[in-house]
Write a protein that binds this ligand. Sequence first.
Ligand SMILES: *Cc1c(COP(=O)(O)O)cnc(C)c1O
Length: 432
Amino acid sequence: MRTENSADLFERARAVIPGGVNSPVRAFASVGGTPRFVARGEGATLVDADGNRYVDLVNSWGPLLFGHARQEVLAAAEAAMRLGSSFGAPTEGEVRLAEAIIDAVPSIEKVRLVNSGTEAGMSAVRLARGATGRAKLLKFVGHYHGHADALLVAAGSGVATLGIPGSPGVTAGAAADTILAPWNDRDAVTAVVAEYGGDLAAILVEPVPANMNLVPPAAGFLGFLREQADACGAVLVFDEVITGFRLARGGAQEREGVRPDITVLGKVVGGGFPLAAFGGPAELMDHLAPDGPVYQAGTLSGNPVAVAAGLAQLELLDASVYECLEGATRIVADGFAAAFRAAGVTAQVTRHGTLAGVVFAAAAPQRFEDVAAADHAAYARFFHGMLERGVYLAPSGYEIVFTSLALDTDALDRVVTAAHEAAEVVAAGRTG
Ligand SMILES: *Cc1c(COP(=O)(O)O)cnc(C)c1O
């Protein structure tokens, strides 16, 4: 596979952009090799700067439920753009998107739009603290809530990939109020609530964690968190940046049947544009300025182009979308599992509805340490085996598989065929 153009671009990028990328995992640091510079996307296909074509199983890390350049989404963005790109004043589109979000997500009565999942998570924490008058947060080891200081403590995703436990530049003060518990560990949560309950502003959780590979909640665990939050008066925050509109139209809270106080949304909600949101009951959201004292603002918040794209994608969602997406995800996950079995490779393929993950380990992971202890060199071999055969997986063993409705039978066949060959690569300990 010819990669000269990507390699040249990467070299130029490294001279002018730290690490050559604008978000760390893109650099392929944990799998090695040349990151592919993308020229364009067409439905299920990614085309790189050398003209190589890949079936895309990343989909911009989740936003693109319908694959690349979906006509309705682009047309809506283009039409909005022709009316002007930004006003810094309210628009009808924002009202319509807020109404669409509230219609879809069971626990949201009011919602505010922001620009990134990081911003939404950070704002949700401020709201929880402002509304409760408390400081402390309970978060789970390996859960990722964006890169705000207080939340970049034992976070998954790129932080886990690069092995940075938090980050230099995060002060002890900013991290001091963040208390950690292992995922799926009731005793640890009970102990934290017993010790800090009266000071806990929020319990923050990825309801179906997908930044430490995929580690679904144990049966009843989310309901248990709901009870614990109620018992101590903490705000239960579901970070549904990945699960929102991807696991179900109403996110994990709809599928798992547990309602948070605050929901954080990102990725899918913007249709591939920079847009995110956080919302909850009116009584809680009304603590925000200008109605309340908790300050939160944004020059480009509710940007009309992003709003139009997000709304256009949400308008395409109905129950059949999730059946199809789950069907595609099942074909990929079952195909991977069969490939590993046939090649005699020890691996766990976890699927939870429309989400799937691959971990090279003897048992299905239950918490972050299990994923950290998995064979990441094997993941790198699988990744490159797939890449060479025209399938683009996430370049890190801490990430999941993001399918799209653009995956047709042909694309899915290519994925499964490639997986059988790539599993042989893993078994042989080769790198390509
Ligand atoms: C991606 C992600 C974020 C951060 O969103 P950005 O838009 O990258 O800032 C937060 N939480 C979860 C669960 C995510 O997957």
